[in-house]
Design a protein around this ligand. Structure first.
Ligand code: PHE
Length: 544
């Protein structure tokens, strides 16, 4: 007999676990530094708009898909749209057309300018995806998101390992850098020391596996309930220390007062992409977590909580970092090195001699954030193997642990330079342009997954929910466990596709409602916006 699927113990457990996935390096490392590079407050406002217009509707869709089907992303897509449907053929053909276009323009560029624009590589991938979707159906999109997630985990855990090293450096009081140059040197020496990075990457992976070992309720939920409040407490402590430093107020101003003149199209697109990444959308994590949700839970309310927690965490991270950096005279626009180079120096200069302690707390908090996100990526793969291959949880965790650890080792050692893995470098050069293959294996993986795979999978999820599963049915799932009355006007009924839904025709037809608004966002706004981001990241500018 089929065993009953496990569920989260309660709303709080689910919200904290999902927030654990959402709040990660994206919030505490990337958000502050991209805000710093894009002019501060104005960027924050754009980001909030993106969360609202793009992040929220997609979060609702993913959780609804998961809870409806009670399956992993692959199984979920397959259940809603079996192979050979009209939709999958249309989607597949569109991808093939896109592939032809890309390969053509790639060859054209090669012949005219003698440079590889990267289009050939993307075209080939597109063609493969198209063919697979025509053959096997939309479920391939689910598989694609799972693979994306696992690829992300392989380098995410390498950074996780770096952070562990910084916790150690801080608490063992070896983080006494006087200048950024010193901090840079230590950082450089550390990340190019293969045995250290690989070992710490493995430690991080072991931690992720351990969190999942006990299952959903006794593993993920139990750990999240302890770790997430702890994360928040640590964050608050670091903020209080930071803003009470003399001169800190300039940092607060920089972070929160908007200066729109510093915004470019690039920053807007960056904000869009990041809103996605930050909420863990586009790779089926929320489908996976949603699949363990009870029917009587209210998806709308829980999603809003998750999104608020994620956004607050990002804003708090900014407040933990910028005031301190300004007070100690650091460089807020330093980019990715903000955390590993500018911050250690900042902490070291804290008056009173306890800088190492604050640095330790900060990196400990970052460890928790990275760890609960990493575990969610692993859980997606684990759920997939349990559902589809009927493996036991422990077997699934062990096998994935080995595969991803090996892949991560490639990222970890490629940091020293491609000399370590020349054959991978050759393959990338063959497929993509030098412009896309900047940096090492690690950067490339990050680039391809965040700028290419995530938007693509996210767009498909939006189209899939809005048009294939249909917003009507998705809305029914969303409203299960929620008894608020909705009101719709005629034009909104038409746009949302709810018109023939008996349930809705009963309702008073005036006033804008949340559900209709959601349906319009997911059917029209999200796919179009994501398409723009996607094309832009491929270097195709549509005249803006
Ligand atoms: N949301 C996480 C963050 O902000 C990153 C992440 C992306 C985690 C995708 C899991 C899946 O860092």
């Amino acid at each position: 007999m089929e065993q009953q699927r496990e569920t989260w113990g309660g709303t709080i457990g689910f919200v904290l676990a999902a927030a654990g996935s959402a709040i990660g390096l994206g919030n505490i490392w990337k958000f502050p530094y991209i805000t710093g590079m894009n002019g501060g407050g104005a960027f924050v406002i754009i980001y909030l708009i993106c969360i609202f217009l793009l992040g929220t509707p997609l979060m609702l869709s993913e959780i609804a898909i998961g809870r409806k089907t009670q399956k992993n992303p692959y199984g979920a897509f397959k259940e809603i749209s079996p192979a050979g449907s009209k939709f999958s053929r249309v989607l597949g053909i569109l991808l093939l057309l896109q592939a032809v276009f890309m390969i053509y323009s790639g060859i054209d560029n090669l012949v005219d300018n003698g440079t590889n624009s990267g289009m050939i590589g993307f075209g080939v991938v597109s063609a493969l995806a198209g063919a697979l979707i025509i053959w096997k159906g939309v479920a391939m999109v689910g598989l694609f998101s799972i693979l994306t997630g696992l690829a992300i985990l392989s380098y995410y855990s390498v950074i996780g390992g770096w952070i562990l090293e910084y916790v150690y450096l801080a608490f063992s009081r070896q983080m006494n850098f006087e200048t950024v140059a010193q901090a840079k040197e230590t950082f450089g020496n550390f990340i190019t020391c293969p045995w250290k990075v690989v070992l710490l990457h493995l430690v991080f992976m072991v931690l992720c596996g351990a969190m999942l070992w006990g299952g959903i309720r006794k593993g993920v939920e139990r750990w999240s309930k302890i770790l997430m409040p702890l994360l928040l407490l640590l964050l608050i402590a670091v903020i209080i220390r930071g803003v009470t430093l003399p001169g800190a107020i300039d940092g607060v101003k920089f972070f929160l007062s908007p200066d729109f003149s510093k915004l470019s199209t690039g920053s807007i697109l960056e904000a869009l992409g990041h809103s996605f990444y930050s909420l863990s959308l586009g790779m089926g994590i929320m489908i996976t977590y949603g699949s363990y949700m009870k029917k009587q839970e209210n998806i709308l309310r829980t999603s809003v909580f998750i999104i608020i927690l994620d956004t607050i965490a990002a804003l708090m991270a900014g407040l933990a970092i910028f005031p301190a950096v300004f007070a100690m005279g650091g460089q807020p626009t330093a980019g990715p090195s903000l955390i590993f180079q500018v911050l250690p120096v900042t902490f070291n200069h804290f008056p009173g001699g306890f800088g190492w302690f604050w640095a330790g707390l900060f990196f400990l908090m970052l460890t928790i954030a990275a760890f609960t996100s990493g575990a969610s990526l692993l859980e997606m793969g684990v759920t997939f193997l349990i559902d589809q291959l009927k493996w036991s949880r422990k077997k699934a965790i062990s096998v994935l642990f080995v595969i991803i650890s090996l892949l991560g080792i490639l990222s970890a050692i490629s940091v020293t330079g491609w000399e370590n893995i020349p054959w991978v470098k050759k393959a990338f050069d063959f497929c993509f342009s030098p412009e896309h293959v900047k940096g090492n294996f690690f950067d490339v993986l990050d680039y391809i997954t965040s700028n290419w795979c995530l938007p693509l999978a996210g767009m498909m999820t939006a189209i899939f929910t809005g048009w294939l599963w249909t917003a009507r049915k998705a809305a029914r799932e969303l409203r299960e466990g929620d008894l608020t009355h909705l009101q719709d006007t005629n034009i909104l009924l038409l746009l949302s596709g709810f018109r023939d839904e008996p349930f809705y025709s009963q309702m008073i037809r005036n006033g804008l409602t949340l559900m209709t608004f959601w349906a319009i966002l997911i059917r029209f706004v999200a796919p179009i916006i994501i398409l723009f981001v996607f094309l832009h990241s491929l270097g195709i500018n549509l005249g803006f």
